[in-house]
Ligand binder design. Structure first.
Ligand code: FJE
Ligand code: FE
Length: 297
């Protein structure tokens, strides 16, 4: 590949995401959003989740951010309080802007283990109360590019000259890279953005070619100054990782579970809105998901 970056970013922190329980009987490897890394502006949570029925994430609300669900194996059925329903299968993407409010369930759709990634991206104060919106892309329509032993699926942003159609309210890039043994990648990242890598499979060398290889389920925070990422697969197996970057919002964050606002007053208001079914939660009053009844919660 030609030299597209001048100042490669280096790895400044490394976290191993260990499995923990979440939802009802589900398991997540949480990297961003855990105690040691509460927030990586604008990213609130990164979960590599694993669910097998009967288990999942029954009826729950969101306000003030976006959830991005990207399936790796199997399928998840989601259902919301406005009647929006669908199944996300391996390679499919759901970019959900919760805005002022969504109440939904996310439950396994097939036999065996369903796996995926869920990223929570914060919204700026002026976008927290916008109308909810979905952008759903099935696997065959996810933009892909390939070159010199590298394959990249472009969830958001641009790589190798190919752009994703996803609109990101908070400017974000989200790329799913697979590197064949012996290959090397370079990817520009806007200089002012925060960026991280999460390794899904295999082992890779990131930032500095003389550093040691890092294995699956590790989150790597990149330093804030460079203009891109360089990575190498010097192993004999393929390497798969995501590279995610976003423009920091630089705003105060007050989080109460699935509600993320700028102040405690706004959180108190949100709890009140949810309890009273007001200000965007109106349809929660008489709603219960079908899957929740099926699983007998
Ligand atoms: C949750 C609030 C939530 N990680 N990974 C509180 F929104 C959730 C939740 C999820 C989730 C759902 C999927 Cl499909 C994948 C996820 C958290 O729904 F578990 C808690 N405790
Ligand atoms: Fe959810």
């Amino acid at each position: 590949m030609s030299n597209v970056i001048k100042e490669p970013r280096t790895v400044v922190r490394k976290f191993l995401a260990r499995p923990q329980r979440e939802g009802v009987g589900a398991t997540v490897r949480r990297s961003i959003g855990r105690f040691e890394l509460k927030y990586f502006d604008p990213f609130l949570v990164l979960d590599e989740f694993s669910v097998s029925g009967p288990a999942g994430f029954p009826d729950h609300p969101h306000r003030g951010f976006e959830t991005v669900t990207y399936m790796l194996q199997g399928a998840v059925t989601h259902e919301d309080f406005e009647g929006h329903k669908g199944t996300i299968e391996a390679g499919d993407l759901q970019w959900m802007t919760a805005g002022r409010g969504i109440v939904h369930s996310e439950m396994p759709a097939g036999q065996g283990t369903q796996k995926g990634l869920q990223l929570w991206i914060n919204l700026s104060s002026k976008h927290k109360m916008i109308e909810p919106r979905y952008q759903e892309i099935t696997s065959k329509d996810v933009s892909e590019a390939a070159k010199d032993g590298i394959k990249v699926r472009i969830i958001a942003g641009e790589a190798l000259g190919i752009k994703s159609p996803v609109y990101t309210r908070t400017p974000t890039m989200y790329l799913d890279f697979t590197l064949n043994p012996g290959s090397h990648m370079q990817q520009p990242i806007p200089v002012s953005w925060n960026a991280f890598v999460y390794i899904l499979e295999g082992e890779g060398i990131f930032g500095n070619p003389r550093s040691s290889p890092i294995t699956a389920h590790h989150l790597l925070l990149l330093d804030g100054s460079g203009d891109g990422l360089e990575a190498w697969n010097k192993s004999s197996k393929s390497l798969r990782f995501i590279l995610v970057g976003g423009e920091p919002l630089g705003e105060p964050v007050v989080q109460f579970g699935p509600f993320v606002m700028n102040s405690q007053e706004e959180i108190d208001q949100t709890v009140e809105d949810y309890e009273n079914c007001t200000n965007g939660f109106e349809k929660a009053r008489h709603w219960k998901s079908e899957s929740t009844s099926v699983f007998g919660y």
